[in-house]
Design a binder for this molecule. Sequence first.
Ligand SMILES: Cc1ncc(COP(=O)(O)O)c(C=O)c1O
Length: 356
Amino acid sequence: MKSTKQIELGYGVPDGLYVPKVAQSNVNCTINKPYIIYQKDFDFFKSNIRKWCTKINSSMSHVYKHADLVIGNGSTHIYTVLIRGLYNLLKRPIRLFLEQPYWFVAQVLKKEDPQIKYITDPNADIDLEIRCTPNNPDGTEYIEPRTNAKYLLYDFAYNMTIYTDKPVTINQKKNKTYIYTGTVSKIGVPSSRFGWGFVDGPHSSELAKFMQTEVIITVGGGNVAWYSANNYLNYLLNNEKHFKKLMSTNNTILNNNKKIMMKALEPYKFISIEKPSDHKGGYLWVKTSKNSNLANWFLNKFNVVVKNGKSFGANQQLVRINMMAKTSDIREVARRMRKKFTIKKKIKFNKTRKSK
Ligand SMILES: Cc1ncc(COP(=O)(O)O)c(C=O)c1O
């Protein structure tokens, strides 16, 4: 098996998605030494981000119009500045609740961070609750909060028609503060590190200010990626045809990839696909009924890397498979899976013939 090329379907990179040429051309500048950027340097981005978010989820346009907007080096960055900002605002460790398991957050926020106190009981006192939809394997939409937290973060990394079949609307409560994160990474902007957080509700300006005190230090062409991301948003916003092409092409790619992979998984009866990811999202979440390490099984049997559920706080019977990967890679995985299954069937057939 090791003579085959290893296929990487573990990382969540959308490298199989369609990317218009304009996003591939960086602006003409490179910086090779550490470079400090302040939040105000990003002000020119803000109107495009407000427009972009309104376009992909118009039912929340009132929020996108007025809410404070914090820009970051990817939405991962927004998560971390939010924790620092809230810590400064509340002056004590943040009591954080996030639905376990499965989330990307488990990788981003450090378990040992003294500014965070992880709470698992939803009925306890909670400051911040994190919600993410639709990329969760357990069939829940993750819209309604489970706790009484005053601060709610909604991760909208995948809140676009290519990832969801209905736009997400949050009915905000007056006494709560909402943070909505987003990113260009998931629409396939190559090498861009660029994300945002809208902050809305009581203390939102104060919180946004605390979040914004963070400067962004980058080495190399980080800011080139921000300018190219802005070019990309301009391109998509200024022509409806460009936008429609991006959304429909990527939707087709995702659905096709899922179809291929689901068909390949079908004969393996000890593996099931977890809802709702068979309909939505950029991933397939797959679980085995056997008490074994499913990621290892994929690696050893087919030389395919998938994400172990363990890294999301789940167990090793669950894996995440990236459906935003190249269709050619997914086809190759499907071919290997079919081949193994046919060989196994043949061996079984021969054995029963011999014993007769
Ligand atoms: C749910 C979710 N949110 C956020 C991110 C990260 O976004 P960014 O690349 O902008 O840091 C990811 C990346 O995989 C993700 O899965």
